[in-house]
Design a protein. Structure first.
Lengths: 473, 332
C-alpha cells in the first residue's frame, strides 16, 4: 500500500461518512422550516408535534455532520498539501466564504433553534430555523462551487511558482461550466434523500397504525416531495450528464462502459461486467443506438470511447460504471414510487395501500445510497486528476509516510464506525418511536433562568414547537 | 497602499483568538467533567455550553479555512508537519462533539459518552498545545513542502505546551462554570479555578523562558534594548492580571474571574505575536512568502469585512438568549 492509495482511501472514507449527514440535514432543515411555517400559519398542533419529532432527529444528524465536517476542512491540508498549495488561491477563498456565510449562520442559530423557543418566542424562533435552513443551502453552494471548479476549472491563471491563481473574474471561477448543473442535481438529491427518509418513517408508522395523524401528515408531505422532485431530478440529471459529456467525456465513457468508439451510434449498456484488462464489457445487455440517442439525441451519432483517451488519463471504469447504475436505478425507483403515490392519492387510498407503504419503507434509505453512488461517479470519474486535466491526484498528495496515513486511517475507521454507527442506531431508535400528540421537545431549554414557567402539557391543537413539557419518560 | 497580507494576518489572528476564547472554556468543561458528580451537576455543566459549542468550534474551521485561503503555502506545510497531533485533535473533536447529543439519547450508556466527552476534549486540547509547541520549536521546510519526519512534533517542549493548554482550558472551563452555575458546583469550580491558576502561571513562565532558548531571534525580539522596554510590559501585565484574577476569585465574583482568565490568554497570544511576527510559520516562512495573490485576498476581504463583524454580533445575541445561571433540566 502506498501513502497515495492510503490517503485516497482515507479521504473517500471520511467524505463518504460526512456526506450522508449534510445530504440529510439540507433537506431536513428545509422540512423543519416548512413545518414551523405551517404551524405558525395554521396553528395546527400536528405540525408542531412533527416539528419536535424531526427536530430531535435533526439535532443528532447535525451534530454528526458538524464533527465529520471539521475533519474534512483539515484533510485538504494534512493529506493533500500539494493540491492545497497549488489550488489554495482559487478554492481557498470559496471555502472561506462557506465558513463565513454558512457555517457561522448555521452554528449561531442552531442553539436557539434547538433550545431557545421559550427564550425568544415563536416568530424569532422561526427566523432561527430559517437561518439554519438557508445556511445549509449556502454551504452547499460554496462547497459545490469548489468541487465543480475541480471538475471543470475556468477563470484561473497559472503563476510562475506553479500555483493556480484567480483570473480577473471570480464569477468565472464560481460559475464554472458544471457548477449550475451540479448544484441543482445535488440539492435536489438532498431533498429527495430527506423526502424518502421521512416517507419511510411515515410508512413504517402507517403500517402499524394507519390513523396516526403525525404519520399520515409526514407520509403525505414526503410523497408530494417524491412525486414532484423525482421527475425534476431525472430531468436535472440528464442535463448534468450532457454537461459532463461536453466537459469530461472520459467520465461519461466510463459511466457508459464505452471502451471502444462507436462511429455509427453507440449502444446503451444496461448491465454487464466491465473488464478493463480486455477493454470490453462482458455479458452486456444493451439497447442498440440508445446511448447516442440519449447523449446526442440522434441514434446514429458517433460516440468516442476510452480508446481515444491516453491510457494514463482514463478513469477506472468498473466502479464508475456500477455506481452510475445504482444511482440511476434508484432514481428511477424513486420516480416510480412518486407516481404510485399519486395514483394512491388520486384514488383516495394514500393511507390504505399497505404495499405502497412497504415500498416506501424499503425506499427509505434509497436517497443515501443514491447520493453516495452519484458522488462516487463524479469523483472517481474525475480520476486520475484532482483538478481535471491539469493536476494529477498522484501529484497532489502530501509528503507523508505510509505508516502515518495507515495509522490515521485505522483510527478514523475505528472511531467513525463506533461513533457514527452508534449515532445511526440512535437515529433509527428515534424514528422507530411513533409521532405523538404530546411530542416532547428535543430538549427542554437546557438553560433556564429562574422565573420562566414551563408550559402546560399540549394537545394537537395548541402546541408550541419547542415548548418544554414537564412530562418525563 | 494597504498591505492586504497584513490585514489577513490580522484576521487569522483574530479567528485564532476568538477560537481560544470561545472553545477554550468549552473544551475545559470537558476536561473537568469527570470531577463533577454524576447527575444534575454534570447535566448543568453540559447544558451551559450545549447551545453554543457548535458556534465556538466554527472558529477553528475559519482558522483552517482562512489559512488555506490567505496563506495556502503555510497551510500546505503546517498540516502535514503536524499530521499526528492534528489527526488526534480531529478525532477528539468528533468524540466530544457527538457526546453532546448522544449522552441524552442513551441514558443507559451515558457514562460511556461522558468518558468520550472528557477523552475527546482532553486529546483535542493537548493536541492543540502540542501543535503550538511544535510550530514554535521550528519545523523543517524544504522548498514548498514539509521536509521532516512524522514524529518531529514530539519534544519535551511540545509536551509542556500541550500540558499548559490543557491546564489553561480547564481553568477557563472552571471560571465559566463559576459564572454560570450556583451552589455546590460553583464552589467546586471556584476551587479548581484557584488551583489551576497556579498551574497555568507556572506553565506560562516555563514556556516563556523555554521559548527564549528555541531560536536566537525570539530572544533578540524580547531582550534587545530598547525593545525590552515595550516587551517587558507583557510579563508585567501578566502579573497584574493574575493579581486581579485572584482578587476577583477571593471576592467570589461570578463573571470577573472568567474575563481576567481570558485576559491571561490574551496576553499569551500577544506574547506569541511578539515572538513570531511577521512569520506565519515561526522562524521559517513569513506572511508575505506564504500569502495568496492579491486577487484572492481582495475577494475574501469583501466578505470578511462585512461578516467578521456581523458574526460576533449574532453570536453575542445567541449567548445573550441563554444568559444567566444554568439549570440542570436537559432532555427528558
Amino acid at each position: 500500500m502506498t501513502a497515495l492509495l492510503l490517503a485516497r482511501a482515507q479521504f473517500a472514507f471520511t467524505l463518504s461518512f460526512h456526506f450522508l449527514f449534510p445530504a440529510f440535514s439540507i433537506g431536513l432543515a428545509s422540512f423543519l422550516a416548512v413545518l414551523e411555517a405551517l404551524w405558525l400559519k395554521t396553528g395546527a398542533g400536528v405540525y408542531a408535534n412533527l416539528y419536535r419529532y424531526w427536530l430531535r432527529i435533526f439535532a443528532v444528524v447535525f451534530a454528526m455532520g458538524v464533527v465529520s465536517g471539521i475533519v474534512m476542512s483539515y484533510q485538504f491540508g494534512t493529506n493533500w498539501s500539494v493540491f492545497s498549495d497549488k489550488a489554495g488561491p482559487v478554492i481557498g477563498p470559496l471555502m472561506a466564504y462557506e465558513v463565513l456565510t454558512a457555517f457561522f449562520l448555521e452554528a449561531g442559530f442552531l442553539g436557539v433553534m434547538l433550545f431557545g423557543i421559550n427564550k425568544v418566542g415563536p416568530r424569532l424562533h422561526f427566523v432561527a430555523t430559517l437561518a439554519v435552513a438557508v445556511g445549509t443551502f449556502i454551504s452547499a453552494f460554496w462547497i459545490l462551487a469548489v468541487n465543480s471548479w475541480m471538475q471543470t476549472p475556468t477563470g484561473y491563471e497559472m503563476a510562475p511558482n506553479g500555483q493556480f491563481v484567480p483570473g480577473p473574474s471570480w464569477l468565472a471561477i464560481i460559475f464554472n461550466p458544471s457548477f449550475p448543473y451540479r448544484l441543482v442535481h445535488t440539492v435536489l438529491a438532498a431533498y429527495l434523500t430527506t423526502a424518502f427518509a421521512v416517507g419511510g418513517v411515515g410508512a413504517w408508522h402507517l403500517l402499524r397504525d394507519r390513523h396516526n395523524p403525525g404519520a399520515r401528515k409526514m407520509f403525505s408531505m414526503a410523497m408530494w416531495m417524491a412525486a414532484v422532485v423525482a421527475p425534476l431530478q431525472v430531468f436535472a440529471g440528464d442535463l448534468h450528464g450532457l454537461n459532463t459529456l461536453e466537459h469530461q467525456p472520459a467520465k461519461v465513457m466510463a459511466m457508459e462502459g464505452h471502451y471502444q468508439s462507436h462511429p455509427h451510434g453507440a449502444p446503451l449498456i444496461l448491465f454487464g461486467i466491465p473488464d478493463s484488462k480486455a477493454q470490453r464489457v462482458d455479458y452486456a445487455i444493451q439497447i442498440p443506438q440508445a446511448s447516442s440517442l440519449i447523449l446526442k439525441h440522434d441514434p446514429n451519432a458517433p460516440l468516442a470511447g476510452l480508446d481515444t483517451i491516453p491510457a494514463a488519463d482514463r478513469p477506472p471504469v468498473g466502479i464508475v460504471f456500477w455506481a452510475f447504475r445504482v444511482m440511476v436505478g434508484l432514481g428511477m425507483a424513486m420516480f416510480g414510487l412518486g407516481l404510485w403515490s399519486l395514483l394512491a392519492r388520486w384514488r383516495g387510498k394514500l393511507f390504505d395501500w399497505t404495499w405502497l407503504h412497504r415500498g416506501a419503507l424499503a425506499m427509505g434509505p434509497a436517497g443515501f445510497v443514491a447520493v453516495l453512488a452519484g458522488w462516487i461517479v463524479t469523483e472517481v470519474g474525475r480520476q486520475p486528476f484532482t483538478i481535471y486535466g491539469l493536476l494529477r491526484t498522484a501529484d497532489s498528495v502530501s509528503p507523508l509516510a505510509a505508516p502515518a496515513v495507515a495509522a490515521s486511517l485505522a483510527a478514523f475507521a475505528t472511531v467513525y464506525f463506533a461513533v457514527f454507527g452508534t449515532g445511526i442506531w440512535y437515529l433509527l431508535r428515534l424514528m422507530h418511536k411513533p409521532p405523538e400528540a404530546h411530542e416532547a421537545p428535543p430538549s427542554a431549554a437546557p438553560i433556564r433562568s429562574a422565573g420562566i414557567t414551563p408550559a402546560p402539557q399540549l394537545a394537537e391543537g395548541d402546541a408550541l414547537p419547542g415548548t418544554p413539557d414537564k412530562e418525563t419518560e | 497602499m494597504m498591505d492586504l497580507t497584513v490585514i489577513w494576518a490580522g484576521i487569522i489572528g483574530f479567528a485564532i483568538t476568538a477560537y481560544v476564547i470561545m472553545d477554550g472554556f468549552d473544551l475545559g468543561i470537558g476536561i473537568l467533567f469527570p470531577l463533577f458528580e454524576v447527575g444534575s451537576k454534570r447535566d448543568t455543566a453540559m447544558n451551559s455550553i450545549a447551545p453554543v459549542w457548535d458556534g465556538n468550534e466554527t472558529w477553528l474551521v475559519l482558522g483552517g479555512g482562512g489559512l488555506l485561503a490567505a496563506f495556502p503555502l503555510a497551510y500546505a506545510i503546517i498540516l502535514p508537519a503536524l499530521y499526528a497531533p492534528l489527526m488526534a485533535m480531529l478525532l477528539g473533536l468528533v468524540l466530544r462533539g457527538v457526546a453532546f447529543e448522544f449522552r441524552w439519547r442513551d441514558p443507559a450508556h451515558r457514562p460511556l459518552w461522558d468518558i468520550a466527552f472528557t477523552a475527546g476534549s482532553l486529546v483535542a486540547a493537548f493536541a492543540q498545545g502540542v501543535t503550538l509547541g511544535a510550530l514554535l520549536q521550528g519545523i523543517t521546510v524544504v522548498g514548498r513542502a514539509y521536509g521532516g519526519g512524522w514524529w518531529d512534533w514530539l519534544s519535551p517542549f511540545s509536551i509542556l505546551t500541550g500540558t499548559g493548554l490543557v491546564a489553561g482550558y480547564a481553568l477557563l472551563g472552571a471560571c465559566w462554570l463559576n459564572w454560570k452555575t450556583e451552589g455546590d458546583l460553583q464552589d467546586q469550580c471556584a476551587r479548581y479555578a484557584r488551583r489551576l491558576g497556579i498551574v497555568l502561571l507556572a506553565v506560562i513562565a516555563a514556556v516563556s523562558l523555554a521559548t527564549l532558548t528555541l531560536e536566537p531571534r525570539y530572544a533578540e525580539r524580547w531582550l534587545a534594548w530598547p525593545g525590552i522596554l515595550a516587551t517587558a510590559q507583557v510579563p508585567l501585565a501578566t502579573l497584574i492580571v493574575s493579581f486581579m484574577y485572584y482578587r476577583s476569585l477571593a471576592r467570589r465574583r461570578d463573571a470577573q474571574p472568567f474575563f481576567w482568565a481570558l485576559g491571561l490568554f490574551g496576553l499569551c497570544l500577544v506574547g506569541l505575536g511578539i515572538s513570531i511576527w511577521p512569520d506565519v510559520i515561526p522562524a521559517r516562512v513569513t506572511i508575505w512568502q506564504a500569502a495568496a495573490p492579491y486577487r484572492s485576498q481582495a475577494f475574501m476581504l469583501v466578505g470578511a469585512a462585512v461578516l467578521v463583524p456581523v458574526i460576533p454580533a449574532y453570536t453575542a445575541w445567541a449567548y445573550w438568549v441563554f444568559r444567566g445561571k444554568v439549570g440542570s433540566d436537559g432532555y427528558h
